[in-house]
Design a protein around this ligand. Structure first.
Ligand SMILES: CC[C@@H](C(=O)O)C(=O)SCCNC(=O)CCNC(=O)[C@H](O)C(C)(C)COP(=O)(O)OP(=O)(O)OC[C@H]1O[C@@H](n2cnc3c(N)ncnc32)[C@H](O)[C@@H]1OP(=O)(O)O
Ligand SMILES: [Co+2]
Length: 139
């Protein structure tokens, strides 16, 4: 499997609104669209476009959110994960597993409407890595 396009860098934050204010003030950047809830992933999400990728701002949604512990350790927020695209999610998952990388849960629908899964940071040099099926409209 080839390393696909960097789809986004995930940034955890206690407040999407406050983080957007930084992008506005320092870069003159506006969000791609309004923030929205993804209950299945336990996060509220908002994207900021860059010329070649996106910043994904994620705020906890509920006390069982997967980013609660991260924010306890990093109260200001911080870089949380990177996300690479693959053409076929189930083939990618099988290949990662065959190579011994731990996959966190089953593929789920992510913020772009396609299936995603996460590779444990301890099996990826300390970087939590999201693998995402390329949206069909991008072909
Ligand atoms: C918006 C939807 C979707 C999209 O479509 O883009 C998303 O991006 S959702 C993003 C949020 N979802 C997830 O992160 C799901 C996967 N994450 C998990 O399963 C867990 O968060 C985790 C990575 C297994 C961490 O478990 P947790 O219980 O939260 O914390 P621990 O303290 O037990 O962590 C264990 C170990 O891992 C280190 N760690 C935790 N998070 C990160 C991180 N983001 N980057 C690097 N390392 C991380 C943590 O420090 C612990 O290490 P040790 O202290 O050395 O044991
Ligand atoms: Co993500």
């Amino acid at each position: 499997m080839n390393l696909g396009r960097l789809n986004h860098v995930g940034v955890a934050t206690p407040s999407i609104e406050k983080n957007l204010e930084l992008y506005r003030t320092l870069f003159g950047a506006e969000p791609h669209g309004p923030a929205f809830d993804l209950p299945a992933q336990g996060v509220r999400v908002c994207f900021v476009d860059t010329p070649n990728s996106q910043i994904e701002l994620i705020e906890p949604l509920g006390e069982n959110s997967p980013i609660v512990k991260f924010l306890e350790k990093n109260p200001l927020g911080g870089q949380h994960h990177v996300c690479f695209e693959v053409p076929e999610i189930h083939a990618a998952k099988a290949e990662f597993e065959e190579k011994g990388a731990r996959i966190l849960g089953e593929p789920r629908i992510g913020a772009h409407g396609t299936l995603v899964f996460f590779v444990h940071p301890k099996d990826m040099g300390g970087v939590l890595t999201e693998i995402m099926e390329t949206p069909k409209s991008a072909h």
